[in-house]
Design a protein around this ligand. Structure first.
Ligand SMILES: Nc1nc2c(ncn2[C@@H]2O[C@H](COP(=O)(O)OP(=O)(O)OP(=O)(O)O)[C@@H](O)[C@H]2O)c(=O)[nH]1
Ligand SMILES: [Mg+2]
Length: 138
């Protein structure tokens, strides 16, 4: 897999629901565009490498900086995905929730799942979360 350069748009259809994803590059040089692509979305999905323990503090501060933009205040739900749980060194869900300070985010709906893209663990739960409000989504 190669790093996402800037962003990529993908449309995924599951059942009778079609989801438009803006996949944003995570490298530092692309973080300034996150805010622009998160405005007016139905949900923000924030994927962290749960096996890279040293990167969690920076993931926490970048998430905090993103969500404190006034354009993203309050309403947009947040789904945090702790990826790479196939790796033995990955954090527990509670440790990830604690280190990202998710329980202190009370102004919006926040959910966290631990997943493995490699082993397809919990991917259905992610889709079910994304489509749960689709009857009322914009
Ligand atoms: N073990 C394991 N490796 C994974 C998993 N998901 C992705 N990877 C690997 O992690 C590396 C990074 O994957 P990318 O998809 O490029 O990561 P990204 O977060 O999109 O990176 P940016 O596009 O730079 O934001 C690749 O080598 C993937 O094969 C997983 O669930 N388990
Ligand atoms: Mg990418």
């Amino acid at each position: 897999m190669i790093p996402t350069v800037g962003f990529e748009m993908r449309i995924v259809t599951k059942g009778n629901v079609t989801i438009k994803f803006w996949d944003l590059g995570g490298q530092q040089k692309f973080r300034t565009i996150w805010e622009r692509y998160c405005r007016d979305v139905s949900a923000i999905v924030y994927v962290v490498d749960a096996a890279d323990r040293d990167s969690i503090p920076i993931s926490q501060s970048e998430l905090y900086d993103l969500l404190t933009n006034s354009s993203l205040g309050g309403i947009i739900p947040l789904l945090v995905l702790g990826n790479k749980i196939d790796k033995s060194e990955s954090l527990s869900k509670q440790a990830l929730v604690d280190q990202l300070g998710l329980e202190t985010m009370t102004d919006r709906e926040v959910c966290c799942y631990m997943i493995s893209c490699k082993d397809s663990i919990n991917i259905d739960a992610v889709f079910n979360w994304l489509i749960k409000d689709s009857k009322t989504a914009k």
